[in-house]
Design a protein around this ligand. Structure first.
Ligand code: NAD
Length: 292
């Protein structure tokens, strides 16, 4: 951070609570490595102060921000434009300020598809089962469909997000060539049959993360076939119960959400700076910070 001077551009993260976020560590390590004159700070901004926060982007001529909960939907009304990813998701996690014009993007979905692609599993032509249609599941489903996924079967428990799952499936069926369908997670026979027929199983429920770290939606290893790619959006812990069960069934392509988190940051980094984030540097900075 020794590079800060009178020309440094500020980038921020506006969410609440946010002090635990890895994003400042990631982005500042990357700015330093590439000798870019930016600084990234986290700001506790709840929905009551969001409008003032967005005005500050213009006032301070910030290059942009990330947003997280509770601001991902609420920020839309304060922005000038939405990119297609943010429009379809009706959520924003990245804002770019081009001379006072604020454009919203969603990079979580591309974080998922890019990470899987780098691990040798591009989503194009594949069948995916997705559990959970909330803040993470929505962009995962939509971006995967935009990148040529052939089929997505979304399972959500019977809460308010079951309606969101139906909304996503409608968008995917209307706007892409991917075939999307929705089932209640309580229909365990359908869940099991869908996984048996899938190439990718993605859990975007947060089950497996504190306080549910001893839980998994799937507890029977025989549900998994050996060619299945298993992806858990959780990254703390690095190995969830689901991942342990999948590995016990002999699966080798079993991943946590750390790569997705880094790649969503890399996509935002590219939007702000035009540069590719040095992923290896960022990985090292994260493991140094959190002791993994
Ligand atoms: P959310 O609350 O918006 O959505 C959670 C979804 O899972 C909802 O559809 C809900 O119905 C379902 N769900 C919740 N608890 C459940 C349970 N006990 N059983 C069955 N279904 C359940 O949360 P989110 O923002 O989508 O986050 C989900 C997980 O993804 C969290 O662990 C979060 O840390 C992780 N996440 C990871 C990344 C990444 O980059 N790797 C990005 C965003 C979120």
């Amino acid at each position: 951070m020794s590079n800060i001077d009178g020309h440094t551009f500020l980038i921020g993260l506006m969410a609440y609570p946010i002090r635990h976020s890895m994003s400042p560590t990631m982005h500042n390590a990357a700015f330093e490595k590439l000798n870019l004159n930016y600084a990234y700070l986290a700001f506790d901004i709840d929905s009551d102060r969001l409008e003032a926060g967005v005005n500050a982007i213009r006032t301070l001529d910030m290059r942009g921000i990330n947003v997280s909960m509770p601001n991902k939907q609420r920020i839309i009304k304060y922005l000038d434009k939405l990119d297609i990813s943010a429009e379809l998701n009706q959520a924003v996690n990245t804002v770019v300020n081009d001379h006072g014009v604020l454009t919203g993007y969603t990079t979580d979905g591309v974080g998922f598809t890019t990470d899987l692609k780098k691990k040798g599993h591009p989503v194009a032509g594949k069948k995916m089962v997705l559990a959970g249609a909330g803040g993470a599941g929505t962009p995962i489903a939509i971006q995967s469909a935009m990148e040529g996924l052939s089929e997505v079967k979304i399972f959500n428990r019977s809460d308010k997000n079951l309606d969101n799952a139906k909304r996503i499936a409608k968008i995917i069926n209307e706007r892409t060539d991917c075939k999307a369908s929705v089932e209640a997670l309580e229909n365990q026979a359908a869940f099991k049959a869908a996984i048996a027929d899938a190439d990718i199983y993605c859990d975007a429920t947060g089950v497996g993360m504190k306080p549910l770290e001893d839980m998994s939606l799937i507890n029977d290893p025989s549900w998994f076939h050996k060619d299945l790619v298993v992806f858990d959006t959780v990254y703390a812990p690095r190995e969830t119960k689901l991942m342990q069960i999948a590995k016990s069934a002999g699966l080798t392509e079993v991943y946590n959400g750390l790569g997705m988190m880094i790649e969503q940051g890399a996509a935002a980094f590219k939007l702000w700076t035009g540069e590719d984030m040095p992923i290896d540097v960022v990985e090292k900075a994260i493991s140094k910070k959190d002791g993994h």
